[in-house]
Design a protein around this ligand. Structure first.
Ligand code: SF4
Ligand code: SF4
Length: 88
C-alpha cells in the first residue's frame, strides 16, 4: 500500500510501483470551455484518467497528468492546447 494514497500505481519493470506521473510533465493541457462541444474524447483517451466530467463540463486534473498531449490530439475542436510548464 502506498504511503500517499493519491499516488498513481502502475507496472514498471518487474513490479507494481507507485509513481507520480505528474512529475514527468514538461507541458500541460489547457481546455477552452468556449470551444469544447462536450464530446468526451479527451476523457476516453487520457491514459492517466486525468479528465473529469463535472456538471456536464470536462475538466482536467493536473495531479497525475503527464503532459502527453493525447487529449489535445484527439479533440475534434482543438479546444485543448498544450502550454509549457512554468508559464501558467
Ligand atoms: S496531456 Fe495526457 S495525461 Fe494529461 S490530460 Fe491530456 S491525455 Fe491526459
Ligand atoms: S475532446 Fe475536446 S471537445 Fe471533446 S470534451 Fe474534450 S475538450 Fe471538449
Amino acid at each position: 500500500m502506498s504511503e500517499n494514497e493519491k499516488d498513481y500505481a502502475g507496472p514498471v519493470g518487474e513490479g507494481l510501483y507507485s509513481v507520480n506521473t505528474g512529475d514527468w510533465r514538461t507541458q500541460f493541457p489547457n481546455l477552452d470551455q468556449q470551444l469544447c462541444i462536450r464530446c468526451g474524447n479527451c476523457l476516453i483517451y487520457c491514459p492517466t484518467n486525468s479528465v473529469r466530467r463535472v456538471d456536464g463540463r470536462f475538466e482536467i486534473d493536473l495531479s497525475f497528468c503527464k503532459g502527453c498531449a493525447i487529449c489535445a490530439e484527439e479533440c475534434p475542436k482543438d479546444a485543448i492546447t498544450m502550454k509549457k510548464e512554468g508559464k501558467r
